[in-house]
Design a protein around this ligand. Structure first.
Ligand SMILES: Cc1cc2nc3c(=O)[nH]c(=O)nc-3n(C[C@H](O)[C@H](O)[C@H](O)COP(=O)(O)OP(=O)(O)OC[C@H]3O[C@@H](n4cnc5c(N)ncnc54)[C@H](O)[C@@H]3O)c2cc1C
Length: 225
């Protein structure tokens, strides 16, 4: 059976930089979803209907308004279409979808690694983990994502207010080295959990660094765009 199509109205746009924007979508009815999930937008472009997944960067607690954080990809028809939409435009979508989710903080140190807009699904995961009064450290390593990095102020504020949470920044190409240094070479602890998200080969590269170092498969979750 085909997934039901839902409709949203573009309510607000926030520019993070020339090529990255937050799109706030007002829904006709609340949408139940889990932190980390995405919706599939059905975009009418050049007589076709392109299907483009976008992670939900807002939290399930706000169920009638979604935030998407979108890069305008050079030559990319779907993202270019979204960047032309005026306030008030309607967007069809299906969802929520996806198994890259976090409902509560794992019972171990948890590391979130985001490359650029890969912070989108991780943001609601972090908020959910912190809401449950975590017993183990929660760390975010964020690479790229503009200057200043996406949500830097928000993450810095969170780190100030939440003892369990810390955030660090790195350059994208430095990520594999940073991951090795911090969570492979530094100790023999292999009980940590990882959530990794970003665009392209960096994601499986980081996954492999961790799994080959002895972390359990199920403890290294990832989503590659
Ligand atoms: C589960 C999932 C969740 C996603 N969530 C987001 C999201 O929250 N925000 C977002 O901007 N994109 C997200 N994407 C990517 C998005 O679905 C599209 O692939 C992207 O917008 C490019 O579509 P396009 O039609 O403009 O270009 P296309 O011609 O379809 O894509 C061209 C190439 O651009 C690259 N690309 C894809 N996404 C990005 C990106 N964000 N930045 C730079 N290069 C990229 C890929 O290598 C892709 O092959 C997600 C993808 C998946 C699979």
């Amino acid at each position: 059976m085909a997934a039901p199509e839902l409709t949203a109205r573009l309510e607000r746009v926030v520019e993070h930089g020339a090529e990255t924007r937050s799109f706030f979508l007002r829904l006709a009815a609340p949408l139940a979803f889990r932190p980390g999930q995405f919706i599939s937008c059905l975009l009418p472009v050049a007589g076709e209907r392109l299907i483009r997944p976008y992670s939900i960067a807002s939290s399930p607690e706000e169920s009638d308004r979604l935030e998407l954080v979108v890069d305008r990809v050079p030559g990319g028809p779907g993202s270019h279409y979204l960047f032309t939409l005026p306030i008030g435009a309607t967007i069809q979508f299906t969802g929520p979808w996806g198994t890259f989710i976090l409902d509560q903080a794992p019972p171990a140190e948890t590391v979130f690694i985001a490359d650029g807009t890969g912070i989108a699904p991780i943001r609601p995961m972090l908020r959910r983990a912190l809401a449950g009064t975590p017993t183990h450290p929660l760390r975010l390593l964020h690479a790229g994502g503009g200057s200043p990095p996406l949500f830097r102020e928000e993450m810095t504020q969170l780190a100030r207010n939440e003892r369990a949470f810390s955030v660090d920044y790195a350059d994208s190409p430095a990520l594999p080295g940073e991951v090795r240094r911090r969570w492979v070479a530094s100790d023999a602890d292999r009980s940590r959990h990882f959530f990794i998200c970003g665009v392209g080969t960096i994601v499986p590269t980081l996954r492999d660094v961790l799994r080959q170092a002895g972390y359990a498969r199920r403890a290294v979750q990832y989503e590659k765009w």
